[in-house]
Design a protein around this ligand. Structure first.
Ligand code: AMP
Length: 442
């Protein structure tokens, strides 16, 4: 199938051609015809599948087929996203694919001044991309008019629910016109998502492209076993040895992200850290520098990285495994995107074996383990619980302790509920995540 088979009009096809795309990705091939029929839709698609174009292209087509009959320019399409970064990226896609069409779009999110957004909204936009928190701010100030919305798109709906936005979403929906088309994109189907779908989607077409919680087959995944204290040095070694030019590295905490970034700069490797304590301007700059190659290594926490769209990212490294197994799948989704091959490497120390097990259970596969000469793990080091309080870089001070003959961790059982609450503390998930997503506290 080609894009030209999809009943998209000339200005949209031309914009697609400009991007160099000829073949729709699976989610695009499946979703676009349903959306053009005016159906509500539930799409199970992860980031990296081309889902953004999957809704942006038919949305633009529908706008261009139906004339605005309601007077001056007003918001006809509302797209909600969990994070600022994703909002900005969706905004870019709308601009890219709509460049030969007369529609105006705007992106509103928190963490930046509200006044310029108010001016933009007052001047009139057709397509609004927003994070829920800032949109509510505009609603309460009466600076946004959503009474004529014809299409609602919830992007990464599962993430929005994870981040505690359900009430905000419901408040937004309550003021939208009853008659509208609804599209909901989600990588996972929790009971919460099902309930949301039942309440807003009418007879939805269902499209599912990537199996849930399966990690991309184009991504080579492996584990390198190493002591916690040697991870930064090993990472620096890998970058230099393999001459890596562009690597996204994940840490569990902001503290660790800063520490690694500082270490890399010290050994002469350009790097930047991106996390919830950084201003929006700093995050945008770090991402731009990383994309244009002036910074080789971008160190990110899970929350900051959500929604990052970086084309053809060759390497993703987990300096630390995430404490929530699903985050592993999201992390490695940053490589091997849209048909490109990628490599995901996890540096795992003895403290993290439980996390590793949880991840392998989730992806239903055992990852290959390797040891790098000069960085062999010391078998006498025993596992310690991972502490993730404020500024905690992982809880391990100087490791001591007795031998575990199998090299396996002893004791320190953490059940999944306590692990999750640790996770909640790691970057203040809930509150800070909420803040990062919407930036409501201006
Ligand atoms: P997404 O899943 O929307 O984040 O998209 C992942 C990446 O795939 C983005 O960088 C898009 O620019 C790219 N992309 C989207 N559609 C296509 C396509 N049909 N062919 C090739 N690349 C695409």
């Amino acid at each position: 199938m080609l894009f030209t088979d999809l009943k998209l009009s000339e200005p949209i096809l031309k914009a697609i051609t400009d991007q160099g795309y000829t073949t729709p990705s699976p989610v695009q091939a499946q979703a676009i015809p349903f959306i053009l029929e005016g159906r509500d839709m539930l799409a199970g698609a992860q980031t990296g599948t081309g889902k953004t174009a999957g809704f942006t292209l038919p949305m633009l087509e529908i706008l261009s087929r139906t004339k605005n009959t309601k007077g001056p320019r007003h918001i006809r399409v509302l797209i909600l996203t969990p994070t600022r970064e994703l909002a900005a990226q969706v905004g870019e896609s709308v601009k890219t694919y709509g460049k030969y069409l007369p529609y105006k779009s705007a992106v509103v999110f928190g963490g930046v001044g509200i006044q310029p957004q108010i001016t933009t909204l007052r001047n009139g936009v057709d397509i609004l991309i927003a994070t829920p928190g800032r949109l509510l701010d505009h609603m309460s100030q009466g600076t946004v008019d959503l009474r004529n919305v014809e299409m609602l798109i919830l992007d990464e709906a599962d993430r929005m629910l994870d981040m505690g936005f359900i009430k905000d979403i419901r408040r937004v929906i309550s003021i939208l016109p009853q008659k509208r088309q609804n599209l909901l994109f989600s990588a996972t189907y929790s009971d919460e998502i099902k309930t949301l779908c039942e309440s807003i989607l009418r007879n939805p077409a269902i499209v599912e492209v990537a199996r849930r919680n399966t990690s991309s087959e184009l991504v080579t995944q492996k584990v390198i076993l190493v002591d916690c204290a040697k991870k930064s040095a090993l990472f620096g070694h890998l970058v230099k040895e393999n001459k890596w030019e562009q690597v996204l590295v994940f840490t569990r905490t902001k503290h660790q992200a800063n520490k690694l970034s500082e270490y890399l700069q010290k050994i002469g490797v350009s790097s930047a850290a991106i996390h919830g304590n950084k201003s929006q301007a700093a995050r945008t700059k770090a991402l731009a520098d990383f994309k244009n190659g002036s910074v080789k290594i971008l160190v990110a926490t899970d929350i900051a990285a959500r929604g990052l769209d970086i084309d053809q990212l060759p390497h993703v490294v987990n300096l630390e495994l995430p404490n929530i197994a699903e985050d592993y799948v999201h992390r490695i989704g940053r490589t091997g995107r849209a048909g490109n091959e990628g490599e995901a490497i996890s540096l795992v120390c003895v403290d993290e074996y439980d996390y590793l097990k949880g991840i392998e259970r989730l992806i239903n596969r055992k990852l290959d383990r390797e040891v790098i000469p000069g960085f062999e793990p010391d078998p006498s080091i025993m596992a310690m619980p991972i502490m993730q309080g404020r500024g905690g870089g992982g809880g391990r001070g100087n490791s001591g302790g007795g031998q575990s003959p199998s090299g396996k961790p002893q004791g320190q059982k953490r059940d999944s509920s306590s692990r999750r609450s640790e996770g909640n503390r790691s970057e203040g998930r809930s509150n800070s995540q909420r803040r990062e997503g919407s930036g409501r506290g201006r």
